[in-house]
Write a protein that binds this ligand. Structure first.
Ligand SMILES: Nc1ncnc2c1ncn2[C@@H]1O[C@H](COP(=O)(O)OP(=O)(O)OP(=O)(O)O)[C@@H](O)[C@H]1O
Ligand SMILES: O=P(O)(O)OC[C@@]1(O)O[C@H](CO)[C@@H](O)[C@@H]1O
Length: 301
C-alpha cells in the first residue's frame, strides 16, 4: 500500500485576476475556485486517477478540515487523518494574475499527543509499503519531524519518498529514501551553489545520491525533468505542449505519476514519462489533472 503524509493539508483558494496584483489596495477577482490540497493529498489524488489506491494520512482540524475530508472521501480517496481538537485546517491563497503569487497559511497547532497518534498509525506499515512525506513541516512541529518518522520505520523494509525543500530534504538523505524530488531551485539550495544547465544539475543530483538518496528526480517546471536512477543511469525529458493554467500541484502530480509508472512497469524511463505527463497535465488544468488529459499527454511524449 502507498501511504501519503500531509502534516499541514490545505484548501487551496485559487483566485484569478485579469489585471496585475496591486498591494495596498482592493483587487477584484474575475473568478475563484476551491481545490482540496496539500502536497501528500495531491499525490493521493493523482494516484487515484491512475487507479492506484493510497491512504492519505496527516492532521485535519475544524470546519475546513471536515470539508477537506468529506471532499476527499467523495472523490473516492481513502483517508485516515488525526483529528485535532482545536484550530482549523488552513486556507492557502493562490493568486493567478499573470504570474502566480501564493500565500500559504501556518495551519493549526499540532500537540505532541496528536503527533504520537500519527506515529501509531505509521506503525501499521510493512515490508514493500511506500511512504510519501510531502510538504513543509508546520512551525509548531520540530524541524526534524520527517527524520523522526523515518527513524521509527527503519529496518521494516518500507520505501520512503520525500518531497520537501532545502534542509528538510538534506536531513532525510541519511535514511536512504527510495526517491526524492527536488525542483532545480531546491537542489541548488541544498548543494549551496547556483546550478546552470544539465551538467551542473546532474553533478548536484549525484552528490545527493552519494549522500544516501536512491533515485533523484529533479523537476524543472517548463524545462522538464532529469532523473538520476539508482543504477547511476541518467534520463532527461522535456514537456509536452500546452497552456499553463495553474502550476500548483504540478510537482506532486509528477511524483505520483512517477511512482505509479514505476510500480506498474519497473521501468524508470516509463516512470519519468508518466510523471511528466501528470505534472504537465496538472499545470495545464485548473486543479489536479484528469485521467484523460494525463493519457493524452503521455502519448504525446
Ligand atoms: N510551465 C510548465 N509547462 C509544462 N509543464 C510544466 C510546467 N510547469 C511544471 N510542469 C510539469 O510539472 C513538473 C513539475 O514541475 P515543477 O518543477 O514546477 O515542480 P515543483 O516546483 O515541485 O512544483 P509545485 O511546487 O508547483 O507543485 C515538470 O517537470 C513538468 O512536467
Ligand atoms: O506549505 P506547503 O506544505 O509546503 O505547500 C502547500 C501547498 O502549496 O502545496 C501544494 C502544491 O504543491 C498545494 O496544494 C498547497 O497549498
Amino acid at each position: 500500500m502507498i501511504y501519503t503524509v500531509t502534516l499541514n493539508p490545505a484548501i487551496d483558494y485559487v483566485v484569478r485576476l485579469e489585471t496585475p496584483l496591486q498591494t495596498g489596495t482592493i483587487n477584484r477577482s474575475a473568478g475563484e475556485d476551491c481545490v482540496l490540497g496539500g502536497k501528500g493529498i495531491n499525490v493521493s489524488g493523482i494516484l487515484a486517477q491512475l487507479g492506484r489506491p493510497s491512504i492519505a494520512l496527516g492532521f485535519v482540524a475544524g470546519e475546513t478540515g471536515a470539508w477537506l475530508e468529506r471532499g476527499l472521501v467523495a472523490q473516492g480517496l481513502q483517508t485516515d487523518f488525526v483529528h485535532l481538537a482545536a484550530g482549523m485546517t488552513r486556507i492557502n491563497v493562490k493568486i493567478k494574475a499573470g504570474q502566480e503569487t501564493e500565500l500559504n497559511g501556518a495551519g493549526p497547532e499540532i500537540p505532541q499527543e496528536a503527533m504520537e497518534k500519527l506515529h501509531q498509525k505509521l506503525e501499521a506499515l510493512q515490508q514493500e509499503d511506500i511512504l510519501v512525506l510531502a510538504g513543509s513541516i508546520p512551525s509548531c512541529l520540530p524541524a526534524d519531524t520527517y527524520e523522526k518518522i523515518l527513524a521509527r520505520l527503519q529496518g521494516r523494509g518500507v520505501r520512503s519518498v520525500v518531497d520537501a525543500s532545502g534542509t528538510l530534504l538534506a536531513n532525510v538523505l541519511l535514511y536512504q529514501p527510495f526517491l526524492i524530488k527536488p525542483n532545480h531551485h531546491e537542489l541548488a539550495e541544498i548543494v549551496g551553489r547556483p546550478l546552470q544547465g544539465d551538467t551542473q544539475i546532474l553533478q548536484a543530483a549525484r552528490e545527493l545520491q552519494s549522500r544516501g538518496a536512491c533515485n533523484v528526480l529533479v523537476s524543472m517546471a517548463g524545462d522538464g525533468a532529469l532523473l538520476l536512477d539508482e543504477t547511476g543511469a541518467v534520463h532527461r525529458i522535456g514537456v509536452p505542449s500546452g497552456t499553463v493554467v495553474n502550476s500548483v500541484g504540478a510537482g506532486d502530480s509528477m511524483l505520483a505519476g512517477f511512482l505509479a509508472g514505476y510500480l506498474e512497469t519497473g521501468s524508470y524511463e516509463t516512470a519519468l514519462r508518466l510523471g511528466t505527463a501528470c505534472g504537465s497535465a496538472t499545470a495545464f488544468s485548473l486543479g489536479l489533472a484528469a485521467r484523460s488529459d494525463i493519457d493524452r499527454l503521455f502519448h504525446q511524449l
